[in-house]
Design a protein around this ligand. Structure first.
Ligand code: SME
Length: 159
């Protein structure tokens, strides 16, 4: 049985500030999402995947990410990502083996959090973060990552 890692308190305000600083003057959304995924992946402990699926033509398509190669298309309503996007709410999965319909891109993943990203109030994609540890994501991570996603929405779409 794996246990949640508790020895890394992440400063999400600092992470959001670093993301904004890296995006200063950068016009490409792909570049900003690529750097955001790298920042999250390297700063938050105990991860094996961090990146984006983007809503295009009625489905979620793989965007910039860090980790192993992943499935390229996720239908709305399918898997953790499609569920979060369809419901337009953050989904936290303590043990992916107990989430019916979980899509296993990396067999090592045990827990997952997916946060919707919005443009003009509509879902434009999701931020997906995976961990090989059970129960890696709790209230602190949900709150911090939702705030980070909100800051990223401003960087991506509000200018
Ligand atoms: N596990 C996700 C699929 C994407 S990978 O984790 C990168 C899901 O069930 O939607």
């Amino acid at each position: 049985m794996e246990f949640r890692k508790t020895d890394d308190a992440v400063d999400y305000d600092l992470l959001a500030a670093q993301m904004r600083a890296m995006a200063e003057g950068v016009k490409s959304r792909v570049s900003n999402m690529a750097n955001a995924s790298a920042l999250l992946y390297r700063t938050i402990g105990g991860l094996n995947w961090a990146g984006f699926y983007l809503y295009e033509e009625g489905e979620l398509r793989l965007g910039p990410f860090q980790g192993k190669p992943a499935c390229t298309v996720i239908p709305m309503g399918k898997g953790v990502c499609g569920t979060a996007a369809l419901r337009d709410e953050t989904v936290v999965v303590e043990d992916v083996r107990r989430f019916p319909g979980h899509i296993a891109c990396d067999g090592a993943s045990r827990s997952e959090i997916v946060i919707p990203i919005h443009r003009n109030g509509a879902v434009s994609g999701v931020l997906d973060i995976d961990s090989p540890l059970c129960g890696r994501f709790g209230e602190a991570e949900k709150k911090g990552l939702e705030m980070f996603a909100g800051a990223l929405e401003e960087v991506l779409y509000a200018r």
